[in-house]
Ligand binder design. Sequence first.
Ligand SMILES: Cc1ncc(COP(=O)(O)O)c(C=O)c1O
Length: 390
Amino acid sequence: MTKKIDRRSWLRSTALVTSSFALTPSLKAFAMHEASAAPNFKAWDWERSYAARPDITKLKARLLANENPYGPSDKVRLAIMEAAGMGNRYGHSAAAKLIDMIAEKEGVTPEHIMLGPGSTDMLEKTAITHFIDGGNIVSADPAYMSLIKTAMAFKADWKSVPLTKEWAHDLPAMEAAVDKDTKLVYVCNPNNPTGSITETKALWSFCEKVADKAPIFVDEAYLEFLDKPESASMVGLVKKGKNVIIARTFSKIHAMAGLRVGYIVGLPETLERISSMVRGNMGMSITSLKGAMASMEDLKFQENSQKWNKETREYVIDELKKLGFEPVPSYTSFVLFQIEMEGKPFLEKMFGKGVGVRAFEVFDKPYCRVSMGKMKEMELFVETLKQVLV
Ligand SMILES: Cc1ncc(COP(=O)(O)O)c(C=O)c1O
């Protein structure tokens, strides 16, 4: 931050706010989750119990989970309503049809695709099947922790490699970290929680080379927010026969987070190995499958999501810079920036004013991550931030 906030005054206001929130039990729900702590990244999070969570549906601006505020598209809503009456049937045929559509879009055969209820399911299934006998996982730090946490639960050693000072993956250091016990390399690009990107050509060469030593999992959850997503995807490496697994989700650009649809693209033998232990393509509801098909055809909605997300992101970045913050360059639907207040009181103040965001400690400094909502929500976020921090 270039514009320094007077430390004494924020400490004083923090103390005041903390004490006033003692009267509001639901807002005492934040805790640092050590269990999910990475060496350079810790999350201030809800208490694990749902009962202790504040009701986020009451927020004026819900900017905490990288949800897409614009959907699901009208076509998806219609498809879901039409599919509701088929709820007595398994969705195998619908899954096969969605797989065909995805395979055609990605330029692979249906045997290269596996569906799950959200990409989380695919991240976890990949972790379970690759780390059932231990080994190590190589990834950046900070990174999206879902797959890594499951791997560690299966006794994997996590070999974390700090992001570079440009917030990109340190590919040479990651390559050097791969050894004979490495069962998987995890790359999240663009990365969460930083929003930053790793240059396509460099990542391509890294994957091409390193995939001969260990499988590489590239989580492309936010890829579609880029201006030219296809040219940044690593799917082409699967087509070249490399042992690379790509994860995509309908939660972000398609605005279907609550409908739970995600998939991986991988070599047929890799997907067969996964489904020999845990079943892919199950756990999907017929309504979500039909909704996903309708969404794939609604190109206008995807285009608008990308465009509106970019507009709000540019607005937020401009406003943050005007206030003296230095946001991490973002290629996603969220923005990360350093703040001068500890995460817990910061969240209590923001939530107290009806604005839900996330707070993290990154390289031992407090950061706020704000997801892009509609423009009105982002204006409220900026106004609230001024009251809380400036
Ligand atoms: C990088 C990344 N991968 C995967 C996911 C999981 O998304 P979902 O399970 O909704 O597909 C998320 C969710 O925020 C994410 O940020």
